[in-house]
Structure formats: structure tokens, C-alpha cells
Design a protein around this ligand. Structure first.
Ligand SMILES: Cc1ncc(COP(=O)(O)O)c(C=O)c1O
Length: 483
């Protein structure tokens, strides 16, 4: 309500507010209890004992609940609603790279939760570690020293490039990026950042300031001041901005923030000299280099971290998604001791109640163990190369539909000639029970990001279904393939 509103109008507003405010005695408290209990009974029933009535109740309600209590806008975009004739496809059960909806329909998961399921769904070792920790203490007292957090930070320090040794844990990728930005500001005393067009760093207000897409930024302007965007992959553009700022005495850049390979933009791989040059330029101008590895970290691109492809050590590294092993939300940012020293005089400068909780740390330790035991970075590299080779044959066979396959490791993207064709392929795959992402709005680039331990048989099965889909789309478009 506006403060300088006329008194009479304020009285009317107050009356409306009182009328709308459901009195405590009239709230549907018994209904809340009954509905919570119904869902809990279902959750607590073993999968093979669930009745068809229970299953129908869940899938009959999901779209309605989204429409009335989450966001009905989602329903227009989810193929699980738009492309499903009876019950909406309802997220329910998963193992490895197979997802099964509550009605028992099985899908090959080629989306991998956009990097969340790097180690597959419900990896037994990660689940076991989380369960064991759950039975001991899932959260911290907030006063005693927490051993799992310390141990996880130590383990990660062994894996990070350079001397990134100190870290802070949070729950989501966007929090990790926000924390990294704060650290860079504290260390340099400057307020500005350079990031890239098409870059994705999260949607909280700090990370959103770096994000390189107007659709998410413009409606909530102003964001953080002093952020400039340059084309991804263009080290000269970064250098030019820094050179000018330096030469006119207005250096206000705390850090350059970049994804090693752009994920959300569609598996965009930069030129090979990009990261080494960014390192050189940032060192020259005394600006921090932040690698946003939220999507690329922990094996996804074929190395433990994306920057490892170019042997570059950033000053700060952010990660998330895969770190919680696909079981518990987990993220973090790490830096070297010199940069971190600004956090030490007042360690409460950056805190969170739940970040780095024992449950998440147990899952993360198990996820790292699994990554190393199964050599998942190597699996990503080999399976990525395998898919690129096979899909390139499809590019040759269906040149009017599929333009290109690109990416690194198992962060790949199919590039279509336009959004309509891309959408037809994605929905054709969906009908053939292969899950990928691509909305009507933007389906010209579709990410393929499966679990790194996905069996070759499933990759082959996906390729068969992809080819069948391309064949169908080709005949619908009345385009003749070149064979
Ligand atoms: C590179 C990158 N940074 C940050 C984020 C934000 O992570 P979250 O969605 O967990 O906040 C994402 C999410 O896709 C990402 O890909």
C-alpha cells in the first residue's frame, strides 16, 4: 500500500484485507492433515504394494496442484502434460538412467536433471551414505565443530586445480555463485564483474546480475551495478574492457566469471586458448578469475573440472548439482588461502544455516568416492566421443533437420535448423520414451546430458529411437534424406 495514499482509500484497503484474511477457525486444518496423511501413507507404502487407486490419485492431482498451488505456467511447457494423453507423466521412481512414472511408464533419462544426476539416479553407495548419516545426525547443532564439513572440504582441496584449498558449502548453484561474488568483492574492494553473453549462473539477484539473457534480467532491473557482458569465447573482449578501465584509472572489476563450457546456452565449447588467455589477462590486471563449474564440475565434461581441459587454475571455483550425488542438494565455492583470508577476521560475514549439513556432506563424500572408483570423468570422455561420432552420422543422413552435435564429455547438444523442427524431434523422442529437454519456446538446441555411468546399451537404444524420430520428422517435413 502506498504510504501517501488518501486516508479514505487506506480504510477501504484495510477492510478488503480483513475480509480476505481467512480467520484461523475457518482454515482447512483438518483437510490439510488428511491430505498430508494420504500422501505420507503412499510414500510409506512399498512400491510393489501401491494400489492402482493410490497411483491414480497421485497422477490425477499433480497437474491440478501445479495449476492451483505451484505455477500453472509450467503446465504449458512440460511435455509430461502437453504430450501425454491420459494421466500427466508423474515423476516418481528412478534408478541409474531409468525414470519410471507413477503409472509405470519407463523413460531413458538423457537429461540427467541438467547435471544433477551425474552419477545416475539413486546410486546405491550415495544413498547408503546418506541413509547412514540420516540415522546419526542429518543437520548441525550450529555450535559444535562439524567433522563432515571439514573432511569434505579437505577432500575437495585435493581435487581442485591450483591451490584452491578453502571452501564454503551451500545448497544451490546460485548460492555458490553469489558467495563467490561476495568473496571477490571483499578481497578486491571493487564492485564490478565481467561475465558472458548466453552465460547462466543462477537466478538469485547476485548471480542473475551475471546471467547473459535479457528475458530473465530485464523485468527485475536494476540488478547489481558494474556488471558488463562480453561475447563468450572472446578473450580479446575481456582484455579490452580491462585495458580501458586500467588506462583511464577506473578499474572497478572484482572478477571475470565464466563457465568452462556453457551449459544452459547449449554445450558451447570455447576456443582452446580461451581459458589460458583469461588466466593471463586476469593475472595481468589483478582481477580474480571465477570458474562457474556448477554444471561442468565433478566429471561432466571428461575431466574432474572443466578448466582441467586447459590446465588453468582459477582464483575461485563454484560447484553444485553433481556434488550432492543426485541425492541431497549441495553446492559450494572454494578459493586459495590468500583470497580466503578476507573471510577470516569475521567468519560470520557469510553464513547459512543449512549449507554443508552432514547429510549433504555424507552424500558428497560418497559421490566423490563413486566418481573416482568408477573413473567417471573417463567414462564421460569416452561416451561423449562415442555419441558425437554416431550422431554426426545422423547429421549427414538428415542434414535438413539436424545441423550439428557439439559439446565436451557428456555435456552435449543437438543443434536443429529451427525451434519447430527441434521441438518435433524432442517430442518424437518423448513419445519413444526418451527424456530430453527443449520447450516450444527454445528447442533449436537440445542438451543431451545423461548420467556418466549410463550403460552403452542405453546409449545405443537412445540412438535407435533418435534415428526413428528423425526418419518420422523427415517424412512429415516431406524432406528427403540424402541416402
Ligand atoms: C553454470 C551454472 N551456474 C549456476 C547454476 C545455478 O544452479 P542452481 O539452479 O542450483 O541454482 C546453473 C544451473 O543450471 C548452472 O548451469
Amino acid at each position: 500500500m502506498s504510504l501517501n495514499k488518501h486516508n479514505h482509500e487506506s480504510d477501504i484497503d484495510n477492510a478488503n484485507l480483513i475480509e480476505k484474511n481467512k480467520p484461523y477457525s475457518q482454515r482447512d486444518i483438518s483437510q490439510a492433515m488428511q491430505e498430508a496423511t494420504r500422501m505420507l501413507d503412499i510414500i510409506n507404502t512399498p512400491e510393489d504394494k501401491l494400489t492402482q487407486t493410490d497411483r491414480n490419485w497421485v497422477s490425477a492431482n499433480v497437474a491440478d496442484n501445479f495449476a492451483h498451488h505451484v505455477n500453472k505456467g509450467f503446465l504449458q511447457y512440460r511435455k509430461s502434460v502437453t504430450e501425454t494423453s491420459d494421466f500427466a507423466l508423474t515423476d516418481w521412481w528412478g534408478q541409474g538412467s531409468i525414470l519410471r512414472d507413477i503409472q509405470g511408464r519407463e523413460y531413458i533419462d538423457m537429461l540427467g536433471g541438467f547435471g544433477l544426476y551425474t552419477y545416475g539416479i539413486r546410486h546405491p553407495k550415495i544413498v547408503a551414505a546418506a541413509k547412514a548419516q540420516m540415522d546419526r545426525s542429518p543437520q548441525y547443532s550450529q555450535e559444535m565443530l562439524d567433522p563432515l564439513r571439514g573432511q569434505l572440504a579437505r577432500v575437495i582441496a585435493h581435487l581442485t586445480p591450483g591451490d584452491l584449498q578453502y571452501g564454503f558449502f551451500a545448497n544451490s548453484g546460485t548460492e555458490a555463485v553469489d558467495g563467490a561474488m561476495k568473496l571477490a568483492k571483499l578481497y578486491t574492494g571493487r564492485r564490478g564483474f565481467i561475465s558472458t553473453t548466453g552465460g547462466f549462473h543462477g537466478k538469485s539477484l547476485g548471480a542473475l546480475s551475471l546471467l547473459g539473457k535479457s528475458v530473465y534480467r530485464e523485468p527485475v532491473m536494476p540488478l547489481l551495478g558494474g556488471v558488463r557482458h562480453v561475447p563468450y569465447g572472446d578473450a580479446d573482449a575481456v582484455e579490452q574492457l580491462l585495458r580501458i578501465a586500467d588506462s583511464v584509472g577506473s578499474m572497478d572489476v572484482a572478477a571475470v566469471v565464466v563457465e568452462p563450457v556453457q551449459g544452459e546456452a547449449g554445450a558451447v565449447v570455447p576456443p582452446d586458448d580461451y581459458w589460458p588467455r583469461l588466466r593471463e589477462i586476469c593475472t595481468k590486471y589483478d582481477v580474480l578469475l571465477i570458474a562457474d563449474e556448477v554444471q561442468t564440475g565433478f566429471g561432466r565434461t571428461g575431466k574432474i573440472f572443466g578448466v582441467d581441459h586447459w590446465n588453468v587454475a582459477p582464483d575461485i571455483i563454484c560447484f553444485g548439482k553433481a556434488l550432492g550425488g543426485g541425492v541431497v542438494p549441495m553446492s559450494g565455492f572454494f578459493s586459495n588461502a590468500k583470497v580466503w583470508s578476507v573471510m577470516e577476521p569475521n567468519p560470520f560475514m557469510h553464513t547459512t544455516t543449512t549449507g554443508g549439513n552432514p547429510l549433504a556432506c555424507a552424500a558428497a563424500l560418497a559421490a566423490i568416492q563413486v566418481m573416482l572408483e568408477e573413473d567417471l570423468p573417463k567414462q564421460a570422455e569416452e561416451k561423449g566421443a562415442y555419441l558425437i561420432e554416431k550422431i554426426n552420422r545422423l547429421v549427414e543422413k538428415y542434414p535438413n533437420i539436424l545441423k550439428q552435435v557439439r559439446g565436451k564429455g557428456l555435456l552435449l547438444a543437438l543443434v536443429f535448423h529451427d525451434s519447430d523442427v527441434g521441438y518435433q524431434v524432442v517430442s518424437g523422442l518423448f513419445k519413444r520414451h526418451v527424456l530430453t529437454a527443449g520447450t516450444l519456446n527454445n528447442a533449436s538446441v537440445v542438451r543431451i546430458e545423461p548420467a556418466l555411468n549410463i550403460p552403452y546399451e542405453l546409449l545405443d537404444e537412445m540412438l535407435v529411437r533418435l534415428e526413428a524420430t528423425l526418419e518420422e520428422v523427415a517424412s512429415q517435413l516431406n524432406t528427403s534424406s540424402t541416402t
